[in-house]
Every structure is written in structure tokens, then in C-alpha cells.
Design a binder for this molecule. Structure first.
Ligand code: ATP
Ligand code: MG
Length: 570
């Protein structure tokens, strides 16, 4: 991790106040915890997304602020869906976010032997039994929210018999689904999670870490809290859907010989507008080819955001601003974009790039002449210095910067109109050349040599300043522009999620012209294309042909949204 990132990671929770941090402070003050231990517990069944970043910022942030530690723990209890590819990617993505688990890397599978021993402990205490009912029958016997469940005929099975069967389950004597181990709690409980939940199931599947050592696996509920206890986690922070699991979490901790007593606290998960944050959905988008992969820049995955050019510090800033609360809400993407813009404004070098080129010929500029003009690299950062930009008789400007019949408030180029070329000269449009179809293909202009560097000695003003590149010196490039992946804030609300996919989420511009200094853009370094937005080089680039992704456009919609909500009194 770079120094900048580790310093930034320390800031994640600086000054933050929320109900979780209040609980942690109170526990420390009252001596209920000596030091704080948290964990970030991904299931290795997909790539991490920005919702996971929220969880990481909370878990690593709380630990760091209180001088404690945060573990990275893989919740790898379902070998069927888990893969090495995901494990490696998750570790890399947590590091990329700027977080460091030090020596504390764990896997639920590290604890399989202890968990198994604890399952036997429950059986011997009369608190668990082997059930021969089918999965379907178990579901039926469970009852509903309004009806109590029914006892399984195997519920009163003697402990010795359950123990023998459980050992034979482990030994591989039975096929998948033939039997399960259930905790013996309360079939009439108002909380469905306490109606004798399944804690072990038979699965003859190879596990990415334990290989063929096991053919029975603990369920999430039996592994999670117990792993917390084994690792000495004090505050087990998870999302709201686990609130109803907390009584089971506490029951297991109370009835097992655990070395420490962790406590679970729940917070609202991040929902981000115009996208989906469910791994099942993201896997579907990848597998069905709706996106180019997990790292498609339109994806809300950390890989996608990274390729799109979002710096990890901007994502941490976003997580800090959304805060931690107990109520579900929908967060605007504009806030994430705002965070990126704020950061990139300070760090990104400015460059000139023409995305939709229109040729300009300066008729009174000597043919064959080239000069170089000084351009500022970053007005926000004087230490970034200046660079030289070549200027010549033939240029490209943005097609949108010319209008043949401009409306009132259009201050850019039009026939007879004078504008400033950024860092160069005033030019006046003398004629628009058209093709047979009537399309403007070229502008014939003149320049005023006395305006070099931008101002007219006679004090005359122009209203517009536009960017440009020298045609002979420009490099051609592909530029990819992105829009929301979905057309509605909550995809799938009124039907199939896929029906809400945005057909225009990707625009590829193939004939872009960039100022020559962009050929040296270091892989990954963000740049601002003046007047257009922040961009970053894409790994699809070749030395001959740069490819850039637009991270965000320059226009900030967040300020507008905020103003509106203030007006509404929200
Ligand atoms: P999904 O429901 O998409 O499969 P998950 O919750 O099962 O996601 P895990 O790998 O189990 O994914 O998540 C690891 C941690 O990240 C958990 O503590 C989980 O609560 C948290 N997390 C997952 N999604 C979000 C989210 N959208 N916002 C905040 N935290 C999240
Ligand atoms: Mg989960």
C-alpha cells in the first residue's frame, strides 16, 4: 500500500459519528472491550462491489480509529459456488482500497475442525440432532410467519444415535441431501431462524482450500459467529438482513464452549441508483454477456470502478459521506461522481483532446510552419508545471464548438465570429466548407498573430474559448463514454431487471484526436481532457493506439441535486 493510501485509509472514519461508532466508544469506555477487533467477511463467490467498499470502510475504519485490528475472513462454507479466482481478486481489491489486514487473514475453513467438534458438543448436550427429513419436508414442517412449525419425527432421536449418524455423515456414508444436522431450539418460535435451523449439510464437493477433506459443511449461521469467537472478534458488523439471525447467533455463542463472546450489530446496506449490487445479478450480467466482464467500466464492482478511473480515495470519501445508518435508502450515483471530480480536480493533469473532430484551416498562417505554445498542466496545482503544445496551420476543434446558425447564447465559433483558441490565438471563422450532403467538413479561418498566448493588445474581447489540437501532430485514439448501466434508479422494480438495461450505456468514439503529450500517458494515470471530463487510459490500448475511458464528465450534477433537496426541506 502506498503511503498516500494508508494515510487516506486512516481518514476513512476521521470525525465520523454513527451508531456503530457510538457503541464501540461506549464499550471501550465501560471496559466491555479491551480493544476492538472487527472483520470484513466476503463470501468468495464473486467480485467485490461498491457495497462491499462500504462494509470495508466501516470495519477497517472502526478498528483503525480505536487502535484495534480488522481481519479479512473468507466465509467459504459453500464449496459449490466458490473459486480461487475470486479469493485472489478479493484480496487484491481490498488492498487496492487501501486496507491492510496484516497477519490476520482467515477463512471459515481454517476453523472446520473446531466447528465440527462444537457440533458434536451440541449433539451431546441434547441441543442438536440429525434429521432424515428431505429438504422439502423440512421446509413444510417449518411452518410460516403466522403458523408455528411442527416437530420433525427425528427431533427426539437419542443423542448417541445422532452422534453416530453425524460421524457417519462426516465419513461419507450418505449421499448429498440424505440427512442434515439441526440445532434443537424452538419449532414454535416467532423467529423462523430459531425453528431448528440446519447447521450442517452433506455436500460431496471439492472445496477450494480443504480439497476432499470434508463432505459435510457448516451453514453460514453455524460458521459465522463461531469464526468471530475463535478469532476474538469483538464487534461483528453486518448488514440488516442478518438482524433476524442475531438471536441464533447469540444462542449458538451462549451454548458453545467459545473462547470469546462477540456481538453482532447491523447497519443498512448500500443501494446505489441505476445499478444492481447483488452478486447473483452481477454474475448474470457477466455470464450472459450484457457487459464485457467483471471489470467492465459500467459495472459497480471495484474492478469496474478501477478500470473506469475512480481512485480508491474517491470511493473511501464517498463511503464516508454516505455514513452508516440503520435505515435503508437509495444513494445517488451523482455523489460518487462528485467525490471523484473533487479529487481528480486536484490531481489530474489537463490535456487537450478533440473527441468529435472538425478540421480548421488557418488561411493566413504560413504553410509548413510549426510553433509550440505553453500550456498549464494543472491550475489547481502550480507544482505540476507547464508543457509545450504544437500549433500549426491545420487544426481540429470539437464539431460541437461550431454552429452555422447559432442560437442566442452560443458563444463559440460561427461564420464571422471570433473566439480564443486556448493557449494560442484569436481566430475568426471566414467560411464553412460543406460536402455534397450539406455537412460541414471544414472551417476556413484567419488568426490574429498579435493575440499569441491569448489576449488582444487592442483590448478587444471574445466571449468563447475553445480547445484544439494540431492536425499534423495529433495522435488518434479511441475514447469510450459511459452512461448508467440501467435506465431506472431501481432496476427490476416493475419486471425483469434485464428489461431495464440501458442500450446506450456505452458510446465508442473511434476518431478522436489527442495532443501529442497524451501518447506518454502512464497506464492508469488520470487526466482531464479540458472542457470534457476526467479520463483514464484503458488496458485495451496498444502503443499505436491509445484508448481512454471517461471516468466522469466535468459537469457536476450533485450540487444541483443537493440544492433541490434543500429546497424541498430534505
Ligand atoms: P450478495 O447479497 O450480493 O451476495 P453478500 O452480502 O452475500 O452479497 P458477502 O460476500 O457475504 O456478500 O459480503 C461481505 C460483507 O459485505 C458482508 O458483511 C456484507 O454484509 C457486506 N455487504 C455486502 N453487500 C453490501 C452492501 N450493498 N452494502 C454494505 N455492505 C455490504
Ligand atoms: Mg453474504
Amino acid at each position: 500500500m502506498s503511503d498516500a493510501d494508508s494515510a487516506a485509509a486512516a481518514e476513512v472514519g476521521e470525525g465520523a459519528r454513527d451508531f456503530i461508532r457510538d457503541i464501540v466508544r461506549a464499550d471501550l469506555a465501560a471496559g466491555r472491550s479491551e480493544s476492538v477487533v472487527t472483520r470484513f467477511p466476503p463470501e468468495p463467490n464473486g467480485y467485490l462491489h461498491i457495497g462491499h467498499a462500504k462494509s470495508m470502510c466501516l470495519n477497517f475504519g472502526v478498528a483503525r480509529e480505536s487502535g484495534g485490528r480488522c481481519h479479512l475472513r473468507f466465509d467459504d462454507t459453500n464449496p459449490v459456488k466458490e473459486e480461487h479466482e475470486y479469493i485472489e481478486a478479493i484480496e487484491a481489491d481490498v488492498r487496492w482500497m487501501g486496507f491492510d489486514w496484516g497477519a490476520h487473514l482467515y477463512h471459515a475453513s481454517d476453523h472446520f475442525e473446531t466447528l465440527y467438534a462444537w457440533a458434536e458438543h451440541l449433539i451431546q448436550a441434547g441441543l442438536a440432532y440429525v434429521d432424515d427429513l428431505s429438504a422439502e419436508a423440512i421446509r413444510e414442517y417449518r411452518g410460516t410467519l403466522t403458523e408455528p412449525g411442527k416437530d420433525s419425527p427425528y427431533r427426539e432421536r437419542p443423542a448417541e444415535e445422532s452422534l453416530d449418524l453425524f460421524r457417519r455423515m462426516r465419513a461419507g456414508e450418505f449421499p448429498d441431501g440424505a440427512r442434515v444436522l439441526r440445532a434443537r431450539i424452538d419449532m414454535a418460535s416467532g423467529n423462523m431462524n430459531l425453528r431448528d435451523p440446519v447447521i450442517y449439510r452433506i455436500l460431496h464437493a471439492r472445496h477450494p482450500r480443504t480439497g476432499d477433506a470434508w463432505c459435510i459443511y457448516p451453514t453460514y449461521d453455524f460458521a459465522h459467529g463461531q469464526s468471530d469467537a475463535i478469532e476474538g472478534v469483538t464487534h461483528s458488523l453486518c448488514t440488516l438482513e442478518f438482524e433476524d439471525h442475531r438471536p441464533l447467533y447469540d444462542w449458538l455463542i451462549a451454548n458453545l464452549p467459545v473462547p470469546t463472546v462477540p456481538r453482532q450489530y447491523e447497519f443498512a446496506r448500500l443501494n446505489l441508483a441505476y445499478t444492481v449490487l447483488s452478486k447473483r445479478r452481477l454474475i448474470q450480467l457477466v455470464e450472459e454477456g450484457h457487459v464485457s466482464g467483471w471489470d467492465d467500466p459500467r459495472m459497480p464492482t471495484l474492478r469496474g470502478l478501477r478500470r473506469r478511473g475512480f481512485p480508491p480515495a474517491a470511493i473511501r470519501d464517498f463511503c464516508k459521506r454516505i455514513g452508516i445508518a440503520k435505515a435503508d435508502n437509495l444513494v445517488e450515483v451523482a455523489l460518487l461522481e462528485h467525490c471523484a471530480r473533487e479529487l481528480l480536480n486536484k490531481t489530474a493533469a489537463r490535456r487537450m483532446a478533440v473527441l468529435r473532430p472538425l478540421k480548421v484551416v488557418i488561411e493566413n498562417y504560413p504553410e509548413g510552419q510549426t510553433e509550440t505554445l505553453k500550456a498549464i498542466n494543472n491550475p489547481e496545482d502550480p507544482s505540476a508545471g507547464t508543457r509545450q503544445v504544437p500549433f500549426s496551420r491545420e487544426l481540429y476543434i470539437e464539431a460541437g464548438d461550431f454552429m452555422e446558425a447559432p442560437p442566442k447564447k452560443f458563444f463559440r465559433l460561427a461564420p464571422g465570429r471570433e473566439v480564443r483558441l486556448r493557449y494560442a490565438y484569436f481566430i475568426t471563422c471566414r467560411e464553412a466548407v460543406k460536402d455534397a450532403a450539406g455537412e460541414v467538413t471544414e472551417l476556413r479561418c484567419t488568426y490574429d498573430p498579435t493575440t499569441r498566448g491569448g489576449d488582444a493588445p487592442d483590448g478587444r474581447k471574445v466571449k468563447g474559448t475553445i480547445h484544439w489540437v494540431s492536425a499534423a501532430h495529433a495522435i488518434s485514439a479511441e475514447v469510450r463514454l459511459y452512461d448508467h448501466l440501467f435506465t431506472v434508479p431501481v432496476p427490476g422494480k416493475t419486471g425483469d431487471v434485464l428489461d431495464d438495461l440501458n442500450p446506450d450505456s456505452l458510446t465508442v468514439l473511434e476518431a478522436c484526436r489527442l495532443e501529442p503529450s497524451l501518447s506518454q500517458a502512464a497506464m492508469g494515470a488520470p487526466v482531464q481532457f479540458e472542457r470534457q471530463g476526467y479520463f483514464c487510459p484503458d488496458p485495451d490500448a496498444t502503443p499505436e493506439r491509445p484508448v481512454f475511458n471517461r471516468t466522469v464528465a466535468l459537469r457536476d450534477t450533485w450540487a444541483k441535486i443537493q440544492k433541490k433537496s434543500q429546497k424541498r426541506g430534505g
